[in-house]
Design a protein around this ligand. Structure first.
Ligand code: AR6
Length: 173
């Protein structure tokens, strides 16, 4: 599987796309979302605001993804996805998290992208246990990439603890 773990600030990567762990409003927030908006500049917020609402205040439902330019980022595009909030695991969290990875890969393929980096979607404020998130992510990617083996995928962890957890999950896969 063309997947590698990297430990860095995702806003520094120069790829075709980086993925943002956003919320349904797509108007910015904390964590990686805040970092991406700061590094991309105000044009990113304007571009997100211009995306249609599918219901009041919702531009991207949980498990879906939307693409914008990357503006001042070194990467060309940002793919915004909304992970599930962790409510103990019995509320469809794994299915929704897998759907995020699949939706991002589908958008990357639709735009003929060749490289993409994901943050640890839902593993911060949204509280998803990282080991379980990593297993779900790697299984969903293995599935989605079977038909697209030439896409270069990086799983970007911000700190060494997270990188170790994701590397263990990748080694087991
Ligand atoms: N580069 C890579 N990873 C990062 C960076 C960075 N610059 N900054 C943080 N992380 P979170 P979520 C890691 O909370 O759990 C936002 O407010 C972080 O250490 O950013 O999906 C949104 O607007 C963690 O491992 O996303 C939503 O409201 C991972 O990114 C909500 O948070 C994800 O943490 C989404 O929560």
């Amino acid at each position: 599987m063309p997947v590698a773990i990297v430990q860095t600030d995702i806003t520094r990567l120069a790829l075709d796309a980086i993925v943002n762990a956003a919320n349904p409003r797509l108007l910015g927030g904390g964590g990686v979302d805040g970092a991406i908006h700061r590094a991309a500049g105000p044009a990113l917020l304007a571009s997100c605001r211009a995306l249609p609402e599918v219901s009041p205040g919702v531009r991207c439902p949980t498990g879906e993804a939307r693409l914008t330019p990357g503006f001042d980022l070194p990467s060309r595009y940002v793919i915004h996805t909304v992970g599930p909030v962790w409510h103990g695991g019995g509320h469809g969290e794994a299915k929704l998290l897998a759907a995020c990875y699949r939706a991002c890969i589908a958008l990357a393929m639709a735009h003929e992208l060749r490289s993409i980096a994901f943050p640890a979607i839902s593993c911060g404020v949204y509280g998803y246990p990282p080991g379980q998130a990593a297993e779900v992510a790697i299984a969903a990617l293995a599935d989605a990439l079977a038909a697209h083996p030439s896409l270069d995928v990086q799983l970007c962890c911000f700190d060494s603890r997270m990188a170790a957890i994701w590397q263990q999950a990748l080694n087991r896969a």
